[in-house]
Write a protein that binds this ligand. Structure first.
Ligand SMILES: [Zn+2]
Length: 414
């Protein structure tokens, strides 16, 4: 009989599973293109369902395609402890973002099955639909629907670039499940993920105990001035929208720098008419502002809006602006963070407290059930890129800590 102290995951098996499943949507440059509800997504979903069933799980799918693999516990009266992430990727994504969290869950189940071990609570491994949001915006869509933060019908009606809706795409691959979307399937959630930033690698730390996810606010702005001849229009008589936008690039950089660890960026710019001898009459740009505290985020956003009014005034521009997305700052559950910390220490690691710079499915779940995340380093801090990579040792370490954290939490259930 396995005891809690000899439950060691198999890092080599995990590594081979990650690379084996990377054939579904493999790109020439060694990355993945596995857009939500695509043919490649179907392939990996079918594989995942079969692998979970082979390990002793029952797999159910809800109406937005979220997959729940349930491994029985000793006490069926307890709600499951969930682990999960996502198997979809960016159009030129990597083999680890999201995938590690799902396949680590499978590795935990395989370890339990192989050792004949059962936790008190059942274990649930989840594959959330459309975390990336690159085919169907927004990101973290179907964990958001699960948590009640996003509307089910609106999500299913979201069109991709070709006008195919998420609902139609899921139907086409056979993943509109029969199960209703309901937010009471599990009592706690751990998500293992690559850091997607450079901190752990730079400090030589293997395990990040994630304290929370910073709040995110997105704005879309159109500045309107006047198209005019660059040679014939005196400087004093111009209404140059690009000059206004340029001031905003600097203003956002300044706002980010003054509110560390906050960040602020212009990510997308459309300059119109974008001709070399026309003073630009219209510019569209996006702003992305993040901070772990809502109050500071409020202040950063207020400074952004003040700078926008100033830039428009100085350049004689009209402003059209709207906040098109926000994700509140999230603090993870202290008890689950403690489970991660102890789990890491038991595996021989000194974990580092860290905040998540990126959004994650876990952020939507945190207001609903106790939630925490574990980070492992990725090379150069790079993700959303075909060259994204992590080591066998670090993936194995994160998965062992995930298993240990589950045991820590389970032990508290009695
Ligand atoms: Zn991810």
């Amino acid at each position: 009989m396995a005891t809690q102290t000899n439950l060691a995951i198999n890092p080599r098996r995990l590594w081979e599973t990650i690379h084996d499943t990377a054939r579904f949507g493999a790109t020439a440059k060694g990355g993945l293109r596995r857009l939500a509800a695509s043919a490649e997504d179907k392939q990996v979903r079918d594989w995942f369902r079969a692998a979970c069933e082979a390990a002793g799980c029952t797999v159910t799918v809800d109406r937005v395609g979220n997959m729940f693999a349930l491994y029985p516990g000793r006490r069926p009266d307890l709600k499951p402890i969930a682990v999960g992430s996502h198997l979809d990727t960016q159009p030129t994504g990597g083999k680890f973002d999201g995938i590690l969290g799902v396949l680590a869950g499978l590795e935990v189940i395989r370890t339990f099955a192989e050792m004949g071990y059962q936790t008190s609570a059942p274990i649930m491994v989840i594959n959330w639909t459309n975390e990336e949001g690159s085919r169907f915006p927004p990101a973290m869509q179907c964990s958001g629907v699960y948590a009640g933060a996003l509307d089910l019908e609106a999500a299913l009606a979201t069109p991709d670039h070709d006008g195919v809706t998420l609902g139609e795409a899921l139907e086409a691959i056979g993943y509109v499940g029969t199960e209703p979307v309901r937010p009471d399937r599990f009592q706690a959630l751990f998500e293992l993920h690559i850091e997607q930033g450079p901190i752990l690698e730079a400090e030589g730390v293997t395990i990040g105990a994630v304290q929370g996810v910073q709040g995110i606010r997105w704005h879309e702005v159109t500045l309107r001035g006047q198209d005019a001849h660059t040679g014939a229009t005196p400087m004093a008589m111009r209404r140059d929208a690009l000059c206004g936008m340029a001031a905003m690039v600097c203003a956002l950089q300044d706002i980010g720098r003054r509110h560390a660890p906050g960040v602020a960026s212009v990510g997308m710019v459309e300059n119109r008419p974008n001709s070399r001898n026309v003073v630009p009459g219209e510019v569209f740009f996006t702003a992305d502002i993040r901070h772990p505290e809502e109050a500071v985020l409020d202040a950063m956003e207020a400074e952004f809006l003040a700078a926008l009014a100033r830039a428009a005034g100085e350049n004689g521009l009209d402003v059209e602006q709207r906040r098109n997305w926000h994700s509140p700052a999230i603090a993870f559950d202290p008890v689950l963070i403690e489970c991660v910390r102890r789990g890491a220490e038991r595996a021989g690691y000194v974990p580092r407290d860290i905040l998540s710079g990126a959004g994650h499915d876990a952020a939507y779940l945190a207001p609903l059930v106790p939630t925490a995340m574990i980070f492992v380093p990725c090379e150069g801090g790079i993700s959303h890129n075909e060259i994204e990579t992590a080591t066998l040792e670090d993936c194995g370490a994160g998965t062992q800590v995930l298993l240990n954290a589950i045991l820590e939490y389970d032990a508290r259930l009695g």
